[in-house]
Design a protein around this ligand. Sequence first.
Ligand code: SF4
Ligand code: SF4
Length: 441
Amino acid sequence: MREGSLEAPTRHPLAWKDPEFRDQAKAEKELGRIFEICHGCRRCVNLCTTFPTLFDLVDNSKTMEVDGVAKEDYWKVVDQCYLCDLCYMTKCPYVPPHPWNVDFPHVMLRAKAIKFRKGVKFRDRLLSSTDALGKLAAIPVVAQAVNTVNRLKPARAAMQAVLGVHKDRELPPYAPKKFRSTAKPAEAWPVKDGKGTPGKVAIFATCYANYNEPVMGHDLVALLEHNEIPYVLVEKEACCGMPKLELGDFEGVDSLKQKNIPVLAKYAAQGYAILTPVPSCTLMFKQELPLMYPDDAEVIAVRDAMFDPFEYFVLRKKDGLLKTDFKQPLGKVAYHIPCHSRVQNMGQKTREALEMVPGTEVTVVERCSGHDGTWGVKTEYFDNAMKIGRPVFRQMAAVEAKYISSDCPIAARHIMQGIGEDAKGAIKAHPLSLLRKAYGI
Ligand code: SF4
Ligand code: SF4
């Protein structure tokens, strides 16, 4: 057997509709098989707390092998995984097509699906319902009340006790006005298709940009407008489904997919590029849904029309269709590339875009921040999230940058919280906001 694969990694579709997928005994057998390979390898020990949990269980067992670990303890390993995909994408030499067929995140996801069917906490269902929460909190008076409660220590202590949301986690505020209801309508620019980029854009706003940080959406719109690219907001949208997928709630993902895909497929068929400002949502359409529905032509059409915004802008530049009339240098930028951008396999497109701006020095920190969507909010994982993020906090603070930036707005908040006073006045700004600032628009 060859040690490690020389071919490009591939991913097998997720057999989530197959009854065997949720067969606990079969899933535990597969977990044991993969744990055995990981125990003999241990390359991923410093990626997250999943692998140290597994290796501690093995090392403290009677046999000091995987066969000494009780099956019930496998689930402790599963709980630590927040499905960032980094072990699969950046470390593992045994991923398919290697015959050992190690897809660690996928076996974790299978286990999470089994756990979800057995019942999960109310807190987990609530946190994964980003759209419903956002709709409620976006009512101005409710938004104000939620934001106030989130800042009050006694209220946060109660929230921790009742809901399991850690009292020290800095939560994103809800905006009084949604992005979708306040976005500026586009000018009627002529459509200029490039070799690698469609000349018109459909924006999938995302729950986060819509309800929490509408500025990200407004910045994206301003950048398109400045570059004379006509855009529309996707007519009807629901959550992309990533928070539900991370919980193993495949039926929840399926129901959101039924809402989003027919609408998005229409834009894809009309030749639009579809952009979302949040990497996890982009990844959901680029990778996760196609793995769940490999034979669904609409899902594949949406995948092919989907771009990360900076991927789009860099390709637009290649097409000779991006303006470079930058007016303002950005100075030093400490930029964190999120895991869900890395696994899109597109290179460091945000860095490339920011480096187009004269007088800008970008330092890239390429390590998991440890937050994930909802994982680092939960009481039982908060300390681990802060621990995993420590190298990122330290490296970003060391840059002594003017701006702290990440494509993932949740990671950016987490990083700012972790850096604390060491930020020394550095400003948190999303890369879309930075590019807008550089254009002076
Ligand atoms: S997917 Fe991410 S969190 Fe899960 S085991 Fe791999 S590196 Fe760790
Ligand atoms: S996921 Fe792959 S690289 Fe990581 S410990 Fe397991 S076998 Fe090794």
